[in-house]
Design a protein around this ligand. Sequence first.
Ligand SMILES: Cc1ncc(COP(=O)(O)O)c(C=O)c1O
Length: 358
Amino acid sequence: MVQKKLLIPGPTEVPVDILLQQTKPMISHRGSEYTALYTGIIDKVGKYFNTTQFSTVHTASGTIWMDIAGRNIVKKKALGCVNGSFSERMALTIRDCGKEVDMLNVDWGKAIKPEQVLERLASGGYDTVTVCQNETSTGVRSPVAEIGAAIKKEHPDVMFVVDAVSSAGGDLLEPDKLRTDILFTSTQKCFALPPGLSIGICTPAALQRAREVPGRGHYTDLIAIYDYYVKNKQNPTTPNISLLYALDYQLSRMIAETPQKRYERHAAMAEHTRKWGASHGIEMLPERGYESVTVSTMRNSLQKNIGDLNKELGKRGYMIANGYGKLKDVTFRIGHMGEWTLDEIKALLLNIDDIWGF
Ligand SMILES: Cc1ncc(COP(=O)(O)O)c(C=O)c1O
């Protein structure tokens, strides 16, 4: 198998030293060694995200948190802000959980704005708002801090659930500042780990809401997860211990790099990618000022065959991504997340220049 450099919006490259952490011997998930591992991880999550909110690591990919939100947080009716495939998935998942959802639909490529959310909330009847902070399909970064402040000022009882699957660990996100009630992410993106774990950070108000909501399921029962942690400092079901070794190790690396420096590294990669596009007449899909720092979604302005490009890139050891969902044929995406550096992005773009004959 030829190893390709994955410049796609996840899973992203996992450095070998992180991969190797998974070869440590298995331990009991009910023993003191595991308790030390897991509580250490939770401490590091709190440190990285600068919060004392309840944090938990679930053995499931990030989508589980859409089910958790639907089953634990939405009492009756949610406002699902939809500006791409993943925010749409969140709204549909809540509906699948048997709750009502109204969608605030904005054009794909546009961000969700606080005034749009407030306007819809004014009609009343919503107990939850969901937003995808970094829409991986469109490469749009919504102003979650402004949305959170607006919601909490006017509607303090409305829960604010934010998908940060493709941004947390790269973009600068502090749940206390964003005023989120649940902020969740997956570890195969900016955390540069293999897929299989997700992290959720929950306010006391979210936990209080969950206690009042029946039908929370089993694997998705936030209160069962919380109560078990408070009592035993472990998880209620068997976690993926191998991946947790890797997460523990990577969190130490991330803290050493610092959230600010990680953000700056991601922002520099995104800026360079946008400038490269502009210099070739390739337009960005996101509206200006709301571009993601972890994935650049570009219009296929030059009408190139992205499949052919990827084949050629593959021969040179690289891979980028096609558009996602209904944007498949009209956009392409360059993922610059996790442990990639500006030099790697420059090298990728030089290869594209060479293949396209610029
Ligand atoms: C913004 C966003 N939300 C949710 C998901 C789903 O996450 P997972 O595949 O970890 O379940 C993804 C995956 O790409 C995503 O990019």
